[in-house]
Write a protein that binds this ligand. Structure first.
Ligand code: SF4
Length: 311
């Protein structure tokens, strides 16, 4: 499915949305973050059902430009988390490296043997080989002088949505894609695009899309997207298998929470924090020094000062 043409993906995605909508008599909503994936999702859904409502969780961690973009959209309900980010990191810990790694560190610190085995590289798969779920590269985080956990997303984003679902009795359509992580691939393979039978029924009709599909869709349709991404342009010297250019954005590559540490260790310099120092200096100061994200990046060896400013 991931190898299908964009046109085919559009058709199948809209069919999945239609099936979901009909199953719940229209009592559905789009979970809208203002990011490029959910912008494509909202556009595809509203081409079929123009009145479909959207829901945005205002975590207080979004780029100001993204909030403005969401504010300009019609029929979007704004939700707020119960606790602010600084309380979440104080109580549970920082989101570091990835959800999976933060979860493993938190669990191992609580003495869970399965998570210790993963950090020690001792987990075996059913054939007796080393499991792909081992993550011994991150064992050093056990000794970090700060709390680490994956609870942030739950409290900041999921809990407000769950509450909205209970009160409104609407079923969510979300813009997650399997290509984003092993966990998302597993969830898609288990439940399919429309998880009617899941304990929390959820539709993820973009699950088989790739980031390149999202960028091509935005480019072909010309629909507005959050300005924080900049322009969509061909990536220098890169081509797809069919000789079409690989697309990239001139601004941020991901528009999620400004202060999130997930994935920053994989970014080439200038990374998102180094860029933020120039583009959003006030938020940068608060994040690095006020929230203490600087000390976390010192520990994991990720630079956050922009050399051009230091010179
Ligand atoms: S993306 Fe990062 S900062 Fe945002 S809610 Fe999830 S863990 Fe927290």
């Amino acid at each position: 499915m991931q190898a299908w043409s964009l046109e085919h993906k559009v058709q199948v995605t809209q069919t999945r949305i239609l099936e979901w909508y009909l199953k719940y008599d229209g009592k559905v909503f789009i979970s809208f973050s203002g990011g490029k994936d959910s912008t494509v999702l909202l556009d595809l859904a509203r081409r079929v059902f123009p009145d479909i409502p959207a829901v945005f969780v205002d975590t207080g961690l979004e780029y100001p430009e993204l909030r403005e973009f969401v504010r300009a959209k019609e029929n979007v309900t704004w939700l707020r988390p119960k606790y602010p980010f600084f309380q979440i990191i104080d109580k549970y810990g920082y989101p570091v490296i990835s959800k999976e790694v933060s979860n493993v560190i938190d669990g191992a610190r609580k003495g869970q043997p399965y998570r210790f085995a993963r950090l020690n590289g001792e987990l075996l798969d059913k054939n007796g080989n080393k499991s792909m779920f081992n993550c011994e590269n991150y064992r050093y985080l056990l000794d970090a002088p700060f709390k680490i956990s994956d609870r942030c997303c739950y409290h900041m984003k999921k809990a407000p949505i769950y509450k909205y679902e209970r009160i409104s009795e609407r079923r969510a359509i979300i813009g997650t894609m399997a290509c984003e992580s092993k966990l998302r691939t597993q969830s898609w393979l288990k439940a399919g695009c429309n998880g009617f039978e899941s304990s929390r029924p959820i539709s993820q009709p973009l699950a088989f899309w790739l980031e390149q599909d999202i960028l091509r869709y935005l480019q072909l349709t010309g629909i507005p997207y959050a300005p924080i991404y900049g322009d969509i342009v061909p990536a220098a010297g890169k081509q797809n298998k069919n000789d079409s250019p690989v697309l990239t954005t001139t601004g941020v590559s991901r528009s999620g929470c400004m202060f999130c540490l997930y994935g920053v260790h994989l970014e080439p310099e200038p990374n998102r924090f180094q860029r933020m120092q120039l583009s959003h200096p006030k938020q940068y100061q608060y994040c690095i020094y006020g929230l203490g994200c600087g000390k976390v990046m010192d520990y994991i060896g990720v630079p956050y000062k922009n050399n051009s400013l230091e010179a």
